[in-house]
Write a new protein. Structure first.
Length: 106
């Protein structure tokens, strides 16, 4: 039998989403490095996605197995992103080497 749960405060969640969006807009115009800006935006995006999933998709009130099903793709995505970092570093080094060669051959 399903248990009834209290209705979430959708207006409160909306306000939090609006505040986080405003923080994202402010962060873009701050003098930050690209890496710091990317980290801030990713953290804010994950926070907003978690709020939407927990309250609007009602995952906060689901069983643990449903939570595991929802969190597993996030973990896999983060793992795959970290696995691609060496490729990005190598491409950056190759581009830097090609730039150096083209400027020295002139």
């Amino acid at each position: 039998m399903q248990q009834a749960h209290a209705e979430p405060n959708y207006i409160g969640v909306f306000i939090w989403l609006a505040v986080l969006t405003a923080v994202e807009v402010v962060a873009v115009y701050m003098p930050l490095t690209r890496l710091a800006l990317a980290a801030i935006l990713v953290i804010l995006a994950f926070t907003k996605a978690a709020l939407v999933a927990l309250y609007f998709m009602h995952l906060k009130f689901e069983r643990r197995t449903m939570l595991i099903v929802a969190v597993t793709p996030i973990i896999l995505c983060v793992f795959l992103m970290f696995m691609l970092i060496p490729d990005g570093i190598m491409k950056h080094r190759q581009n830097a080497a090609m730039t150096t060669r083209s400027t020295t051959s002139r």
